[in-house]
Design a protein around this ligand. Structure first.
Ligand code: PMP
Length: 374
């Protein structure tokens, strides 16, 4: 602890920039595939237990050279973030709530004994990367630059212990709208034979180790014709998340009162920035005479019975990639739970409303402190 407190803090003013001598050709918007092409540069910062954070560097995107015994390869000392940068109408670069991602990244780092850092310094450094690679940020609505801050342990040696070397890097990928032709409501399969996260576990941290085990249930859902799986938890079968998104449902009772429901932050869900944004906007902007906004447990049986009684009026996933993803059907054991959509549409009214609210902030159409100009 003493050694760490004496070590050098992350300092954006030390940034060293080396520009590429072989710039890549930029892909036309319609050829962008999520996370497949990257900008010309990346940000890297090394850390050691003896001296703390080293010189931040922006340099040409390229391979790393790591010892095969590096702890990241053996014991999953890895965590990451996902956030987006946008170009507004005036050509200004904006980031959506980067402070929330930095807070979550530091929480993930602390949990697996990787070094924490000064959030505002990393935000400034990411801002510099965005300026260097600004030609890669699409300026069309719906398009953005996906940022992937990552932190790995690089200590060489097979002993399982707290890493004394680490590498923080940020890469960036230009991306298009999640649904190229507007919303496309998805079919989910409820997974009750595998558990993504549990109280006291690490599912509320963005550790790479949480993601690899989720692919198999997703493939199984896909083999039965579902686009994603719906994660349930515990003997009560609480609905927790949709693939890698937070889950929201809208209920409407006989008197016309509506409830927006999402799972509480009890360690069994990732604390999504989109989730938090939706809750805050809903509390600010929806009429409290008509709406209750609830962070509470909701079981798959409640969803099923409210679907049958007509009280389930909408359901959607929420995350950085798609913002919101409307749900039209949930397969659970031998039954099918139907979720209504607006007639002739691929979404319900609140799903659309929430997507618009957030996009207007992200693209700077509506001024908000959530949208930070670089
Ligand atoms: N849950 C999981 C498991 C996720 O990986 C993500 C994506 N980070 C989310 C929810 C949504 O989080 P956010 O809104 O911060 O993208």
């Amino acid at each position: 602890e003493f050694a760490r407190s004496m070590s050098t803090a992350l300092d954006s003013s030390k940034l060293k920039i080396t520009k590429t001598t072989s710039p890549k050709a930029k892909l036309p918007n319609e050829q962008l595939v999520f996370g497949k092409s990257f900008t010309d540069h990346m940000l890297t910062i090394e850390w050691t237990a003896e001296s703390g954070w080293g010189t931040p560097e922006i340099k040409p995107y390229g391979n790393f050279s790591l010892d095969p015994s590096s702890c990241v390869f053996h014991y999953a000392f890895e965590l990451f973030e996902g956030l987006k940068a946008y170009k507004d109408k005036k050509g200004e670069i904006r980031m959506f709530r980067p402070d929330k991602n930095m807070e979550r990244m530091n929480k993930s780092a602390a949990r697996i004994c990787l070094p924490t850092f000064e959030s505002e310094e990393l935000i400034k450094l990411i801002g510099e990367l965005l300026k260097v690679d600004q030609g890669f940020i699409p300026d069309t609505r719906g398009y953005s630059l996906y940022l992937r801050p990552t932190l790995i342990g690089t200590t060489a040696g097979l002993g399982v212990s707290s890493p004394d070397r680490a590498l923080l890097f940020v890469i960036a990928s230009p991306v298009g709208p999640y649904y190229k032709t507007g919303f496309k409501a998805v079919k989910l399969e409820a997974t009750d034979y595998a558990t993504r996260a549990w109280p006291g576990g690490v599912g509320d941290n963005k550790l790479g180790a949480n993601y690899a085990p989720c692919i198999k249930p997703q493939l199984e859902a896909a083999s039965r014709g579902y686009q994603q799986n719906l994660w349930l938890f515990g003997p009560e079968k609480n609905v927790t998340e949709v693939g890698t998104m937070n889950f929201f449902a809208v209920f409407k009772d006989a008197s016309g009162k509506k409830e927006l429901v999402t799972a509480p932050l009890d360690g069994t869900i990732l604390e999504g920035v989109t989730r938090d944004s939706i809750l805050q906007l809903a509390r600010e902007r929806l009429d409290p005479a008509e709406w209750t906004i609830s962070e509470r447990y909701c079981t798959i049986n409640e969803i099923s019975s409210k679907s049958k009684s007509g009280e389930l009026v909408e359901a959607f996933g929420a995350g950085t990639a798609a913002v919101v993803s409307p749900i039209k059907e949930i397969g659970y054991r031998d039954s099918t739970i139907d979720v209504p959509l607006l007639p002739g549409e691929q979404f319900g009214p609140l799903t659309k409303q929430v997507a618009d609210w957030i996009a207007e902030i992200q693209y700077g159409v509506v001024e908000s402190e959530w949208s930070r100009v670089v």
